[in-house]
Write a new protein. Sequence first.
Length: 304
Amino acid sequence: MGERTPLGRITVLAPGGVGGLLAGVMARQGHPVTIVATEPTAEHIASAGLRVDSGLLGDFRIGVEAVPAATEHADVLIVAAKATALPAALARVSPRLAVDALIVPLLNGYEHMDLLRAHYPGAHVLASSIRVESTRVAPGHIAHTSPFAALDIAYSGAPADRVETLAEALRAAGLDVRLHHDEAGVLWRKFHFLLPTALVCTHHRSDIGTARAERRADLLGVAHEVEAVAAARGLALDTARLTAMFDAAPPATKPSMLRDREAGRPMEVDALGGALLRAAAEAGVPVPVTERIVADLRAVDAAG
């Protein structure tokens, strides 16, 4: 068996809770990592380094190159911006610096895939989803609070040896990584869990433990609507299995959309709830629970 292609340079776009965590653990493993961030954040990380507090992966501080705009070619580009900030973030990494790169988007939802493929036509955009609770508590300071950090990645037509090299490197850094051949499955299985928790917890302004006790009908209602829309697209999901995942989640878990609402930041209502409404309209599937909650949250976002 021949040697694998080296992983090469990793560029992490947007070092929030998720991007900052991956940048830190990959740099700690000795990989060349460049963070691309807003000017103040890049300046802070370049001078003070990146601090990660994690019960699972350890507490550490490490020096990482950080710039406001990429100047070097990326072999792996991890896109960790929120959907609300994605267009501005992409302007910081030119398409010419990502030719033939493996692009790993860690955004919520699924509509970003078409946007990234249009923006980086010479790259390999891998469908991927991450399950983790990790928050940027200050520029360059990441708090990873969940007892898990699990990443699902689809091959998405990219060279298999390069995808497998990336997976091995992420596993060595401490992440639970699974590879898949089913791109739609990777995106929609995450969406099936994420959309109900994001919408209902944010609408109820509560963690998942409170939401599953006080708004269980809405959680399951949105989940069943996601399942129905996915079925119309030829993808089978299992809400009965998902219910066990809701009940097993640590009760204090808060989705990032709720944290955005609590902080007064723009919420990913359209990228998540809006995405389901658009897919449902295309498929002719009624989604009344999602429609009601999305309408309320859009009003909150507009008022904020």
